[in-house]
Design a protein around this ligand. Sequence first.
Ligand code: NCD
Length: 304
Amino acid sequence: MKHCVSVKQLSDPVLLDKLFKRADELQAMPLKDYPKPLEHMTLATLFYEPSTRTRLSFETAIQNLGGQLISTENAGQFSSAAKGETLEDTIRVVNCFAEGIVIRHPESGAAERAAAVSSVPIINSGDGTGEHPTQALLDVYSIFRAKKSLDGLKIALVGDLLNGRTVHSTAQLLAAFNVELVLIAPESLKMPQAYLDELDKQSIKYTEVDNWQDALGEVDVLYMTRVQKERFKLIEDYKAIKDNFILTLDQVRKMKEDAIVLHPLPRVNEIAVEVDSDPRAQYFQQVKNGLFVRMALLEEIYSS
Ligand code: NCD
């Protein structure tokens, strides 16, 4: 693997098994024992959209593996993009300094455009409403870690399935396993047909519903998402729909005892804070898992 632009590049069960096992090993390892495959290398994080977890976990992962870091946290405003430089030119420039570029951009397909002109690896950390492959990797790793196997699991994806790039990538990565999906969204935020077609191609069983009454007690994984306010043209449309799915402790108590609740975060109000102390709430552990699986991915990219 050179670039990591689409989740399709990660959808090989053998590769996933290798990355998950390696992430487990790294998670158990004292910091001083981390391998240093990035020693004498500089990687860049180029984020044109806000980020807390993804940027900081990549920056931590890069440094844990011995790499040095250059970063612009608000590239739209603080890079030459503000002066009208094309993405392609910015990537050519960063190629002069860095042996890899972790990029987040508001346009779908931006990571692919970057990869087309980059001679160093491009890692897509979210491109508009398109993809977020490494979030999918950490989501599926979190399920693997909590449940030991994905075989036969019933997994609900809830919320903004139209605009949420994490669910687009995570649904596709889950299709590498024998799972059943329940897609829970209001009519106007249903998953785009192109992603459903991918699920069909892989013969993944899924149902689409606009409420979670029946699903709550049945699922092994409840993956909540934020309604993506920034993708709405009209704020009224956002307001009308933003509170459609709010997970309270009462609802969590209807779930299986060994089910887990995940969320890519940030949450706005779709999971009540009182849920956090329920053992089913795994979304902060999920963040931590992200660090280790991203370290495993970087090792994979820079050792091949
Ligand atoms: C997500 C994103 O940026 O797509 N956040 C993340 O990377 N963990 C989800 C979101 O913003 O809702």
